[in-house]
Structures are given as C-alpha cells and as structure tokens.
Design a protein. Sequence first.
Length: 304
Amino acid sequence: MQPNLYMPAPVCLIENDENGRLRVRKEAKDILDGINEPVVVVSVVGLYRTGKSYLMNRLAGQQSGFALGSTIESKTKGIWMWCVPHPNKEGHTLVLLDTEGLGDVAKGDSKNDGWIFCLAVLLSSTLVYNSRGTIDNTAVEKLHYVVDLAEQIKIRSTAAADDEEEGEDSDSWRVKCICSAGNATWVVRGFTLDLEIDWKKVTDDDYLEFALNMRKGVSKKIRDYNLPRECIKRYFPSRKCFVFPFPATSHQDMTRLEILQDQDLAQQFMEVTGHFCDYMFVNSDVKRLQGRHIVTGQCECFTK
Ligand SMILES: Nc1nc2c(ncn2[C@@H]2O[C@H](COP(=O)(O)OP(=O)(O)OP(=O)(O)O)[C@@H](O)[C@H]2O)c(=O)[nH]1
Ligand SMILES: [Mg+2]
C-alpha cells in the first residue's frame, strides 16, 4: 500500500465540534482503516505559533502540507493527520499528528488544550514537545500535568470523557483504545544561547537532562520541584533534545519559510533539521498497545 497515493495532504483527525467537544472525523478514521501495516505515530505539541506545523512538514518530506500561518492568530485547530510511507522502514506507515497550539489567548480554554495535549501523548509512539527559546519550568510542569493525566487514562478514554453521561452520539467516533508514547523528543526553536553549563560545553541532550535533574533534599519546595521531573522521566524513559537556531535572518523570510528553498535557509538550521528527521525516522518505534501488541491503522483505537 502507498498511503500517500490517496493522501496527498493532511486531514483533520480530531475536531472541536460546535459544542466545543472533541470528535474523531470519520474521513480520517476511514483512512486509518485502510492502512493494514504497522504504524509509527509521531505527534507534535507545544505553545501556539511556535513552528510545529512547519516541522511536521519537514518530517513528511514536503515543503507544504500542514497549514502554516504567519500572523499572531493560531492556525491549526484540533488534531490533523498525515499518513506517508515510512522513509526508512519498508512496509510501515508514518502517521504524523499535528496539534492545535496550546495557550492561545483568543481561545482561552486550557481544559481543551489539556485534552488535545493528552490525546497527542496517548495516540503517538513518539511525542515531539516543541518550545521556543529555552526549556522552561512552565513547559516542564505542563508536560508533567498531561503525563499525569495520561497515566490515569491509560487504556480506556474518550475524547470527550466528561461528556459521557450526556448521551451517546452514535454518529461520532471516540478515542477508546490507546496507550502512551514511550519516547519524547524535546525541540527548542529559535535557540540563541550558548550550550554551556558551568563553563563547559554540553550537548542538546545534556541540556534536557540538566532541566530534568532532581535536587537533593526533602523540603516541600524540593519535592515540588522533583515530582514533575521524576514523573516525566518515568513516563518517557527514552528522551532526546534538539535545539534549533533561527531558520532565517530577515523578518520577511521568517514569514514565508514555506516557499523558501533549502539553500535560502540558515545552514545550521538545515543541519539540525536533517539530524532531527534522521533521528526520528530511525528511532521512533512502531505504535504498540499495552502488552506490546503492534498497531496498524486498523487498530480499534476508536469506538462509537
Ligand atoms: N522563529 C521561528 N519561526 C518559525 C520556525 N519554524 C516556522 N516558523 C514560522 O513561524 C510561523 C508559525 O509557524 P507554524 O508552523 O504555523 O506554527 P504552529 O506552531 O503550527 O502554529 P499554530 O498551529 O497556530 O499553533 C510561520 O510563519 C513559520 O514560518 C522556527 O524554527 N523559528
Ligand atoms: Mg500549526
């Protein structure tokens, strides 16, 4: 099967319905039902307007696909899916999930943000967590909050869990059978700092581990500091970090990255992007359910 033959562009997998509930789109589910080979599922989450969709297009090997925006208004809504043949693993499909950005001031719905984040964690085999500038404590705490939620949901969940008692809508599909991503890749966009700790050069991965380092002590303050880090490390035993420099120097180029050719982008940005894609293609595992059962697109992840 050549999934890209019938999927030239991404489709919406999970949308916000008119009542603000999350709903699986039948069109997307039908596409998944047609994929009878193992799937590697990579999802990206992070604050709105931070280049998530652009990065997902890179993983798809395309200049465009997931819609970008260059204004202050958020672009991606819900969760979008693009299934492409896996570039490294023959007989596997790479399922890319691009999510609605978190923290949109115009939306102002952190509960909805939380569900989208949680679904991205649970549906994927590798989570890409996108942050801008630095790895900051708020981002660490947000990841912990969602991981905690995901741990509690584990196998059975619905996209609109809190609406269950309000009556089943037989036309809508819900997310049922899911399990967590084991790998997390933290990407820091627009990174301009020196990678040094205590005057020693460190790697991107060292930077992430430094941010997740536990402190010694038993005070409440220290326990509060350590808890999210401990939880994230347990949930994601395999972690990786990439710091990306700015892709272009001029404001004009930054707003039209989608149409710029690779040779017009900053060389260092292209190098990191290449390493990132290679790493993801080699190291993102196939999606498995609890019990290590390998998942195809036809897995019964969705229920009426
Ligand atoms: N500073 C910076 N901007 C980028 C980068 N990558 C893409 N952009 C630009 O940032 C803007 C937003 O990019 P998107 O990919 O749409 O961002 P997004 O995170 O998907 O946005 P939402 O869907 O609204 O959450 C576009 O103008 C991109 O060209 C990057 O690495 N650094
Ligand atoms: Mg987007």
